[in-house]
Each structure stands twice: as structure tokens, then as C-alpha cells.
Design a protein around this ligand. Structure first.
Ligand SMILES: Cc1cc2nc3c(=O)[nH]c(=O)nc-3n(C[C@H](O)[C@H](O)[C@H](O)COP(=O)(O)O)c2cc1C
Length: 202
């Protein structure tokens, strides 16, 4: 079956991250963003694609900071309350019944109950008429202890990261499953060694 090109996200499950930010006046804002990606390994950059009419965009441009909150499937009922239009003067933590987790390096707070928090500063933006790519530099990455396996990796069974696929009618929320296959990074290289391995030892 052939689909229209703009249907691409229906066939690539996307994370549902919650972006928290504050306005110049200190009003707290939350918005779910799925068009989000880390920029290569092992850089500390993360890229968000934002539409123009977003309080999130205004706040990030004003204060140059934001938190990427990674949440589990238990946050699925917070997606619509935070995605619905609300005026810039509305406190979206209150609106969605969410508590804040104070940040260490920036003023914008994170969201309590997330399993990971990336405190970011705006590094660069790329502006086009219909969208803006916001490049954030992760200043601090915290992961809840209970979200980690004994080896220190993300325990996806416990956290059930919230994800979604788009369809013609809307969004199907889902999570990920471990298929029980592991490969070291080195497996991609002819000598079997990961050239970036030193970076992960620090
Ligand atoms: C699951 C989901 C993912 C979304 N992803 C994005 C996104 O990547 N970029 C974007 O600009 N808007 C995205 N939106 C729409 C915004 O979350 C929505 O417009 C929100 O009201 C913006 O809030 P704000 O004006 O407080 O920033 C998404 C909405 C949902 C429900």
C-alpha cells in the first residue's frame, strides 16, 4: 500500500517527551513533543522540531533553557491536558495536576514522576517558514534510580517509555519491548573496537 509522504511518522514509533519551560514572567509550561532526537553518539545535543505557535518555543527563545522529561506509559493521561491549547498565562503544571522537580542547572523545573530529566540550554536554532529546529545542549542528565537495571541501563520493563505512532485519525500510544538481543558498539567496526569507548568510561 502506498501512503502520502506526510504519513511518515505513522510508520516510525516516536517517543513522547514532555518539554517543560518557563516564560519570562516565570509561568510554568509543559508540552508533549515527539519530533525529538539526540544528535549522533556521543554528542550532548538534542534536537526538537517545533511549530511556530508554541509557548514552548517562545519560552525557549526568551530564556534559552528547557527540560526534556522522559516519562512512562503512566503519563498517557497527561498528554492531552498538556497538548490542548492553553493561554500563555496558564500554569500547565497546575492544569495537568503535575508536580515540579526542581532543576539543578537551569530555572525551568522538571516534572516529578518522569524517569529521566535532561536539563538543556538552547545551543542553536534553525528557522524555516513552517518550523523551527531547536538544538539543545544537555547540561545535566538525571535518571531515577528505580528506572535503572542493576547494570545501570534503562530498565524498559519497569519504565515502559511512552511512545506513539500516528495514524490517519490520531495517535496510538504504545511502549517498547526488549527482544533479547544485545550487540556491543564495537560490532560495527572492522577491528571490533568502539572508537568512542573511552568516552563512556569517564
Ligand atoms: C504526542 C504529541 C506529540 C507532539 N509533538 C510535537 C512536536 O514534536 N512539535 C510541536 O511543535 N508540537 C508537538 N505537539 C503539539 C504540542 O504539544 C501542542 O501544540 C501544545 O499545546 C503546545 O503547547 P505550548 O503552546 O504550551 O508549547 C505534540 C502533541 C502531541 C499530543
Amino acid at each position: 500500500m502506498i501512503f502520502k509522504p506526510f504519513m511518515r511518522e505513522g510508520f516510525m514509533p516516536l517517543p513522547v517527551a514532555f518539554i517543560s519551560s518557563i516564560s519570562q514572567e516565570g509561568i510554568r509550561n509543559i508540552a508533549p513533543y515527539s519530533c525529538i532526537m539526540p544528535v549522533l553518539r556521543p554528542l550532548d545535543l538534542i534536537c526538537l522540531a517545533s511549530a511556530r505557535k508554541r509557548d514552548t518555543l517562545v519560552n525557549i527563545r526568551e530564556n534559552r533553557e528547557f527540560v526534556v522529561n522522559m516519562v512512562g506509559a503512566d503519563f498517557s493521561d497527561k498528554v492531552i491536558p498538556t497538548a490542548k491549547f492553553s493561554p500563555p498565562e496558564a500554569d500547565e503544571f497546575e492544569l495537568a495536576g503535575l508536580d515540579e522537580k526542581p532543576s539543578e542547572t537551569i530555572r525551568a523545573p522538571g516534572i516529578a514522576g518522569s524517569y529521566a530529566w535532561m536539563e538543556c540550554e538552547l545551543y542553536r536554532e534553525y528557522e524555516e517558514p513552517d518550523y523551527i529546529l531547536l538544538m539543545g545542549k544537555v547540561l545535566r542528565l538525571e535518571v531515577a534510580d528505580e528506572a535503572l537495571s542493576p547494570e545501570g541501563d534503562l530498565d524498559i520493563r519497569k519504565t515502559q517509555p511512552l511512545m506513539m505512532t500516528g495514524s490517519k485519525k490520531g495517535m496510538n500510544f504504545c511502549t517498547v519491548a526488549d527482544i533479547g538481543q544485545f550487540e556491543p558498539f564495537g560490532a560495527m567496526f572492522p577491528d571490533g573496537k568502539d572508537p568512542m569507548s573511552e568516552k563512556y568510561k569517564k
